[in-house]
Ligand binder design. Structure first.
Ligand code: XMP
Length: 513
């Protein structure tokens, strides 16, 4: 890739990925790198600008993350955010004050006033709300700096050194609560760093396709297609690049949502790929007979998935490249080391060791999820694949609590479809990040007509979340829940009660098992 580059230097802030996404939303490519990266390496990458993230430390503490002073000497504009502004001030000879009762600690919504002659604030509102979160404060500016914004308690809410093109903000421009945050970042990127904005998904697609072609040559490529967004988009991209040198293996374990296996197949039928759908539902259901423990279910499905995949791979013969749908947040999480551990059990079994291939291709490893979606649309994938909500590898097997039977699977598929239809009809399908039905193993007494029933309770779950590590329950309007409930008990046999889960994560998880 030969794009303009912004480097986001991570000092351990909780918003490092968000900053990177905001930069990308301005059509500028950026990468998050550790503050431990050698300055020489940073220089060689020739960035148009650098952003220092926030972080939980105080700069004057011995173990606070710091970079060598040479970072200020490479002649590239820098924007420091929160801890980043403190590090900049401290590193250039200013003084950072320690929080105490008198210090100007600020948290949350804060009114600020800006100097509009500063290029970062040019054309924006003079007074606006920003999102603060700091204990430490700037006591004295380094030479060459001036104040460019202030709040009631904070005389240096924004600072500027126009000569060296160093800017800093005490607040977080990347969060939505900062009214003019988007404009401020845009100004820094375009007016200060002089970016043109060459990061678009159509450019990306063109370059990626050319690179894949060059790498693969006349080799054979194998891709495990789950029907999820990432593997579908990877499939579309590879198909454009190498056509029928690609074989997609879609292992249908039988725990897909209603009609889903057919939909995935239909979506790729007309693409120029070898598409193999393996209907392995009997095998999987057989393996799970009598199993009710969630972890055993996961493990069994994971292992069986690998067996089936291996068998198919053997039929294809020698493969040169294996495609994986790794996306950028995975790269950041594993690369920087300090961030949360990726949930290892969350990938169906990983991929088999004994498939013999030369190299792995990860065509999405530079992209955030929203970019993967844009790329999918750019490549002509159907909306329902591009906007598919996340679906766990083990599928409905972990949404049928306890032992699985074919009858229970059919009940859940029907009920889940009704829930999805009503959420879509209410126009909520893109605002609720994940929503699904769970067949509980609780039965309760009901009355239908004049008869007593003793049937299953269905639980509905809907969550809003950005990273799926924490989540809140979605505030689905009662009228929508009512429609779902009425339809489910009328249309699906053996369900006589519907409940809605109002627990956040933590303490609950998103899935029930
Ligand atoms: P939990 O239940 O851990 O789920 O809060 C967080 C996100 O991960 C998905 N999930 C899985 N995905 N294999 C997967 O590929 C799994 O075994 C698995 N378990 C949970 C879940 O749907 C949610 O999006």
């Amino acid at each position: 890739m030969d794009n303009e580059l912004i480097l986001v230097i991570d000092f351990g802030g909780q918003y490092n990925q968000l900053i990177a996404r905001r930069v990308r939303e301005h059509n500028i490519y950026c990468e998050v790198i550790s503050y431990k990266t050698p300055v020489e390496e940073i220089k060689e990458r020739n960035p148009k600008g650098i952003i220092f993230t926030g972080g939980p430390n105080s700069v004057y503490l011995g173990d606070a993350p710091r970079m060598p002073k040479e970072i200020f000497e490479i002649g590239v504009p820098i924007l420091g955010i929160c801890y980043g502004i403190h590090f900049m001030v401290y590193g250039l000879g200013g003084i950072i004050g320690k929080a105490n009762e008198n210090a100007a600690a600020e948290f949350g919504r804060t009114d600020c006033e800006f100097d509009l002659s500063c290029p970062v604030f040019e054309g924006l509102k003079e007074k606006s709300v920003v999102w603060m979160s700091h204990n430490d404060y700037i006591e004295k500016l380094p030479e060459g700096f001036k104040a460019a914004g202030h709040s009631d308690k904070c005389p240096f809410a924004a600072i500027a050194d126009d000569t060296r093109k160093f800017y800093g903000v005490q607040f977080h421009p990347e969060v939505n609560h900062t009214e003019e945050g988007k404009g401020m970042l845009g100004n820094f990127l375009y007016k200060v760093c002089g970016c043109k904005g060459d990061w678009t998904m159509s450019n990306y697609a063109k370059t990626a396709i050319a690179q894949i072609r060059e790498k693969v040559g006349s080799g054979k490529v194998l891709l495990a297609l789950s029907g999820g967004v990432d593997s579908s988009v990877a499939c579309a991209l590879l198909s454009k690049a190498v056509g029928d040198q690609l074989t997609c293996v879609f292992v249908d374990h039988g725990f897909m949502r209603k009609n889903e296996g057919d939909e995935v197949e239909a979506a790729f039928r007309d693409w120029n790929v070898n598409f193999v759908r393996v209907d392995a539902s009997d095998r999987f259901i057989g393996k799970l007979e009598g199993v009710s423990d969630p972890e055993t279910k996961r493990k069994t499905i994971g292992e069986e998935f690998i067996r089936v995949f291996e068998e198919e791979a053997k039929k294809i013969g020698k493969v040169d490249y294996l495609v994986q749908g790794t996306i950028y947040p995975d790269v950041i999480e594993s690369g920087l080391g300090d961030a949360a551990v990726i949930k290892s059990h969350h990938n169906v079994g990983g991929l088999p060791d004994c498939v013999d291939f030369k190299e792995i291709i990860e065509p999405l490893r530079l992209l955030f999820k929203d970019e993967v979606r844009k790329l999918g649309t750019e490549l002509g994938l159907a909306d329902y694949l591009v906007w598919r909500q996340p679906f766990p590898g083990p599928g409905l097997a972990i949404r049928i609590m306890g032992e699985i039977t074919r009858e229970k699977l059919a009940i859940l598929q029907d009920a889940d479809l009704i829930f999805r239809e009503e959420i879509a009809a209410a126009g909520l399908d893109r605002s609720i990040n994940q929503y699904f039905a769970v067949l509980t193993n609780m039965r309760s007494v009901g009355v239908m007509g004049d008869d007593r029933t003793y049937d299953y309770a269905l639980a509905l779950r809907g969550v809003t979340t950005t990273d799926f590590m924490t989540a809140d329950f979605a505030r689905i309007p009662y009228e929508v829940l009512e429609k779902v409930s009425v339809r489910v008990v009328n249309e699906v046999k053996h369900i006589n009660r519907v409940v809605y889960d109002v627990t956040s994560k933590p303490p609950a998880t998103i899935e029930f098992e």
